[in-house]
Design a protein. Structure first.
Length: 181
């Protein structure tokens, strides 16, 4: 389904929720796609299990070395610290914006929509997220709903969003389907 498709996974050097990185990564690989780990710094990133440090993962490229043109889609895993860091990095925000401007699909889970808010990519979009982001998303012009997974095509691209790790099965399935279109 995703043969010949390369999918960027954008994460900060620290703070990504490990399961929100590894489960969609596995789903992309199982569907025949090629996932690539992109960060703001080269080397390795440190994932977390909630607030506890977890595994490290090798970075395939930085936002300075790659562009949205190199990829067929973008996954933004959550974790509280991860998107909070990314939204303060202008190059990471620009990288995200380029997927929307290029009409390429984006999938974001949990706290990841914070980065989408900073990229001004949520206005008039129906989405979900970790519940504490609903006011931020509404204030940025999104129509926030409390659902397991939301696929919105009311914009320049398809946008997949989910609330939390418990939604990963539905998130991964919708992400693979949207990226396969």
């Amino acid at each position: 389904m995703l043969q010949d498709k390369t999918i960027a996974f954008l994460v900060a050097p620290e703070g990504v929720e490990q399961v929100e990185l590894t489960e969609p990564w596995k789903a992309v690989k199982q569907a025949g796609g090629t996932p690539k780990l992109i960060s703001t710094e080269p080397g390795q990133i440190k994932a977390f299990n909630h607030l506890d440090k977890a595994d490290t993962f090798a970075v395939d490229g930085t936002v300075e070395e790659v562009s949205a043109a190199d990829f067929d889609g973008l996954v933004l895993p959550g974790g509280v610290a991860n998107p909070d860091f990314l939204r303060t990095d202008p190059k990471a925000v620009r990288f995200v914006q380029d997927f929307f401007q290029g009409g390429k699909p984006v999938a974001a889970i949990c706290h990841a929509p914070w980065t989408l808010i900073e990229a001004d990519a949520v206005r008039d979009r129906q989405m979900t997220s970790w519940p504490s982001l609903q006011t931020d998303l509404r204030n940025a012009g999104a129509n926030w709903v409390d659902e397991e997974v939301v696929v919105c095509d009311a914009g320049p691209n398809k946008l997949v969003t989910s609330r939390k790790p418990d939604d990963l099965k539905a998130f991964c399935q919708a992400t693979v389907e949207v990226f396969g279109d």
